[in-house]
Design a protein around this ligand. Structure first.
Ligand SMILES: O=C(O)CCC(=O)C(=O)O
Ligand SMILES: [Fe+2]
Length: 219
């Protein structure tokens, strides 16, 4: 099956190599065929996780999809953009940028997400498809999404892992742990092997925060 989502890019290839070299020093690599995937424990403290959960509970509403045209049962979680001016969010934003050694200006607004029982985020890519109707719009504002960093704020009683079906890897939530991956292949083109899903929560609730980095300054 041919899945074309975009062309190689020397700029994105360079971002990939530079961030991976940095993460090799500050995070742990998960062996994954053809994908740069890392984790780091205790990226957020227990107190920070609890405070972020409170912010998400105050603001959450049914998640939207980007683009907005996918099936209704695909992303059933609730989510919100976290308040950029909150001191805690500013601290966490700065820590994400430092973790990846990427310019803070390239990061999208920190997104919080809550999954109750049965809720999930179906298999998707975080990169934008250059063949999509929205590509023109997003490419003018920040360009392609390169790296994703997602931190777990709690551990659900059952379910809720982050599954990469093409890698045969399912990451299990741990409080304060961050998972980081490059959505681009080595040549800077969108990497379909990064397909991933938030598995349904079977019992309890799951909270995460996600940071998506663009190739250029965003917003
Ligand atoms: O909740 C998860 O495990 C996955 C979330 C995700 O894919 C995202 O925020 O882009
Ligand atoms: Fe994702």
């Amino acid at each position: 099956m041919i899945e074309f989502h975009g062309h190689p890019s020397s700029k994105r290839a360079a971002i990939g190599a530079q961030v991976a070299a940095h993460l090799d020093r500050v995070a742990t690599r998960i062996e994954a065929p053809g994908v740069e995937l890392y984790y780091r424990e205790a990226f957020l403290s227990q107190d920070e996780c609890a405070a972020l959960i409170a912010l998400i509970d105050a603001d959450r509403r049914p998640s939207t999809l980007f683009p907005e045209d996918a099936q209704a049962d695909f992303r059933t979680s609730e989510s919100c953009d976290l308040d950029t001016w909150s001191p805690l969010v500013r601290t966490v934003d700065a820590r994400f940028a430092e973790l990846l050694a990427l310019p803070p200006a390239n990061a999208e607004t920190l997104q919080g997400q809550r999954y109750g029982p049965t809720q999930k985020y179906g298999a998707h890519h975080d990169f934008f498809s250059e063949t999509s109707a929205y590509w023109k719009k997003v490419s003018a504002v920040g360009g392609q999404r390169t790296w994703t960093a997602m931190a777990y704020l709690n551990v659900p009683e059952a379910g809720g892992g982050t599954n990469f079906p093409r890698l045969g890897i399912e990451v299990q939530p741990r409080v304060g742990m961050v998972v980081i991956w490059n959505n681009m292949a080595a040549d800077g083109s969108p990497n379909v092997a990064t397909l991933h899903e938030g598995r349904p929560v079977e019992a309890g609730v799951k909270y995460v925060v996600t940071k998506w980095f663009r190739e250029n300054a965003w917003g």
